[in-house]
Design a protein around this ligand. Structure first.
Ligand code: FE
Length: 349
């Protein structure tokens, strides 16, 4: 298997044409099961074991191109009609929506995907689908904050938390998707009020990733942090003794949106419009959505399975009993441009 990080291998759009590709167009494929060219913005080492298992089960070789979502989208666009890309994976519905907006995906009708994945976690036209879930929720200082003070997203923006909130920057697609969900639920005006409240409540200008926000709660910089669920679960169960200790005091809460549950995002993928190995791409996407793959990813990356029938393994199981908002991921993903404008207007850096 060939792996190329395009961050390292290709710097800048103009280099892309000259940049060697790890993927091939299928024409030089030896007879047999063939190959599939996977462009992935998922950045988890444990995915490699899945790729190996897929190849062992199907004989289909995976050529892997890794990069940040927007870089991969730009690359596929610049490759144009000759793009070897078959399947694009990303760890946020917003990134998948951007790829769809760029016209990169083809609709796929798959009984296996329809059966495995709830409709609200799939793009209605079949252009992309989730196969794992991640909740964007709250980690709070249990010595200073009562659980009922963080049981809704609304409360995070209230004066109770003036100067007490840690959250990463508006560059993060995770935040754009969360704000997109609030726009979808409340309308733009009220969502903007919320974003203003969050900016007013920030303990410091946004810096670092979600884990840094959780650590800042433990350090007394803030009382609550907005974070994706898997970062916390990983810290609570990982190798770092300091991080494990932090999660004794810093607890996880699942705020509810309009009493309907926590904001849930996805890891997912879509088949490229010009995929040279289309059938293999569908097969690989169905493989990711299989119960075994969901269990593997949950155990290793601490995301929640997307299928209601797939039980989360430990340590995720301890946090899996929450109500997820039933909102369509495609609905909030499409609100990103509005979310971006609101964040600029309210000064969310
Ligand atoms: Fe992440």
């Amino acid at each position: 298997m060939k792996t190329i990080s395009i961050i390292a291998a290709c710097t800048g759009l103009f280099m892309l044409a000259a940049c060697g590709t790890g993927a091939s167009d299928g024409n030089d494929t030896a007879a047999g099961a063939g190959e599939v060219n996977l462009y992935t913005a998922r950045h988890y080492d444990s995915d490699q074991a899945l790729y190996d298992r897929f190849t062992a089960e199907t004989g289909i070789r995976i050529n892997l191109i890794e990069g940040r979502p927007d870089e991969l989208i730009a690359r596929i666009r610049s490759e144009g009609e000759r793009s070897p890309a078959d399947l694009f994976l990303a760890a946020d519905a917003g990134a998948l929506w951007r790829a769809q907006q760029a016209g990169l995906f083809q609709p796929v009708q798959s009984e296996a995907l329809n059966a495995a994945i709830p409709a609200n976690l799939r793009e209605p036209g079949g252009h992309w689908t989730g196969f794992m879930r991640r909740a964007r929720i709250v980690a709070y200082d249990s010595q200073r904050v009562q659980p009922e003070e963080v049981d809704s997203y609304e409360k995070l923006a209230s004066p109770r938390f003036r100067g007490k909130v840690c959250v990463r920057s508006s560059d993060s697609v995770y935040n754009l998707s969360l704000l997109g969900a609030l726009i979808e639920a409340w309308g733009e005006e009220r969502a903007e009020q919320w974003a203003r409240g969050i900016v007013a409540n920030m303990a410091r200008p946004p810096e670092g990733g979600d884990r840094d926000q959780i650590r800042a709660v433990a350090a007394g910089v803030c009382e609550v942090a907005i974070t994706n669920s898997y970062y916390y679960i990983r810290m609570a169960n990982g190798d770092d003794a300091g991080d494990r200790e932090i999660t004794q005091r810093v607890r996880l809460a699942f705020p509810s949106l309009d009493g309907q549950g926590a904001h849930v995002n996805i890891s997912g993928g879509g088949v490229l419009a010009r995929a040279p190995n289309r059938d293999n791409a569908v097969r690989l996407l169905e493989f990711f959505a299989s119960a075994d793959s969901q269990r593997h990813i949950s155990a290793n990356n601490n995301e929640f399975p997307a299928s209601p029938g797939v039980a989360a393994p430990e340590p995720v199981a301890a946090h899996a009993d929450f109500t997820a908002h039933p909102m369509s991921v495609a609905a909030f993903a499409a609100r990103q441009p509005q979310a971006q404008s609101i964040m600029s207007r309210v000064g969310w850096r």
